[in-house]
Design a protein around this ligand. Structure first.
Ligand code: CUA
Length: 431
């Protein structure tokens, strides 16, 4: 009775429907039973022949009380508990699931695949393969709904949510937006095509020359460019910050004793606001600069894509993907240009601006040759000796208004004499 649900196209659909149908049947049964009894009694004990019949006085029944308390309790607890079990099953995503990043915006759905393929208002997925749509939004709240797959989740700006399922039959379905999001909300549809695995492989690799960038490769490059490299190793070594090896979905303890799982939201928060959660055993406050405003959503997603590749299955190599890898070898550059490349490659860029703005460390603008106020009240001239000392022993002379201990102290192992001299040449050139 009342089987009006759409086609079942995912592995979870039968389970969702079974519970849904059970609740519907129970509701119909009890509505009919209660209203039916009420109507029956209303009819049976109606005023007949203009005479009021006195009804017999009935004392309470412990048996009835017990039945109509316990039976609904058992039913409700069963429905609730089974609902939680199915919900957990729906939320658990197999590790090898195909991940597709979805960005909702007024009034379109954008999809991006692991190899960088992008398209709008249409998604293609292979049949019999677990897929995970990771959702976010560019503007207002949206909601991602595929009725035939029985999945739905809000898409929220600044946060990642997801739906996961395994499609069990090929076909074409419609993705709806089910959160009122403005004028064209009702037209915010996308097509979902479920195709055979062979067809999917062909499709996803087709026209790969048109792919603007591969997220994981972009992430590997950002890892060097944004200076993550200085503090986060790829091989499990503990540096200033936690290693990136096997970081995705890593579980551990924070310094306040609570537990964390390094999922998309955790990683995003840790990049934008490093002090929000500090892993046990690492400095508090975090020496990492907050990247909020310095990095956009697609870059965060690329870094996450890069992190996913660091599962320990192969030795990771970020340096080789760096566009700054030339810095050491290329002797054709002038010392100041080499210094500039090192400024980026060694992540000075993360903390020292070139335009006079105060970041984590002092700006390099108009630094060379000028007097610097130190935290102990003394003054020092920013000459070659001072700069060299500050690079190699960052804690020896702290500038007034800046915190000690934030700059990595291992530059004496990372930089040659020549490197230091070149960086100083570069600082000289920043007028
Ligand atoms: Cu997007 Cu409604």
């Amino acid at each position: 009775m009342f089987r009006y649900l759409p086609e079942q196209a995912s592995d979870v659909a039968p389970k969702v429907d079974w519970l849904h149908n059970l609740i519907t049947d129970l509701s119909v049964f009890f509505t009919v039973a209660i209203v039916g009894t009420m109507l029956y009694f209303a009819f049976k004990y109606r005023a007949k022949d203009g005479v009021d019949h006195e009804t017999p006085r009935i004392e309470g029944s412990h048996f009835l009380e017990a039945v109509w308390t316990l039976l609904p309790t058992v039913i409700c607890v069963f429905v609730g508990a089974y609902g939680i079990i199915i919900f957990k099953e729906i939320r658990e995503t197999p590790k090898d699931a195909l991940t597709i990043n979805v960005t909702a915006r007024q009034w379109k759905w954008d999809f991006q695949y692991e190899n960088g393929k992008q398209l709008t208002s249409e998604a293609v997925i292979p049949v019999d393969t677990p897929v995970k749509f990771v959702l976010t939004a560019n503007d207002v709240l949206h909601s991602f709904f595929i009725p035939e797959m029985r999945v739905k989740a809000d898409a929220i700006k600044g946060r990642y949510t997801y739906v996961a399922f395994k499609p069990v039959k090929t076909g074409e379905y419609t993705i709806f937006c089910t959160e009122y999001c403005g004028t064209d909300h009702s037209g915010m549809l996308a097509k979902l095509r479920v195709v055979s695995k062979e067809e999917f492989d062909r499709w996803v690799n087709d026209q790969s020359d048109k792919i603007k960038y591969k997220p994981a490769e972009m992430g590997a490059s950002l890892y060097v460019e944004k200076g993550c490299k200085t503090c986060h190793s790829l091989d499990g070594t503990k540096l200033v910050g936690p290693t990136f090896q096997k970081i995705y979905n890593r579980q551990g303890t924070l310094d306040d004793g609570s537990q964390y799982t390094a999922d998309e939201n955790y990683i995003r928060e840790s990049i934008l606001n490093p002090n929000a959660k500090i892993v046990q055993g690492f400095p508090h406050p975090s020496p990492m600069p907050a990247f909020a405003g310095l990095i956009d959503d697609s870059q965060v997603q690329s870094i996450i894509a890069f992190m996913k590749t660091l599962d320990g299955s192969a030795p990771a190599a970020a340096a080789s993907t760096s566009q700054f890898a030339f810095a050491k070898a290329d002797t054709n550059l002038s010392p100041a240009d080499r210094g500039k490349a090192l400024y980026a490659a060694k992540a000075c860029v993360g903390c020292h601006s070139l335009d006079g703005s105060k970041v984590v460390g002092p700006t390099f603008k108009a630094l060379y040759g000028h007097d610097v106020d130190l935290a102990d009240g003394s003054k020092v001239k920013a000459d070659d000796a001072y700069l060299k000392d500050s690079i190699l022993n960052p804690n020896s002379q702290i500038v007034q208004g800046f915190a000690p201990g934030l700059m990595p102290q291992n530059f004496k192992d990372l930089l040659s004499e020549q490197d230091v001299a070149d960086i100083i040449e570069f600082i000289k050139s920043v007028k």
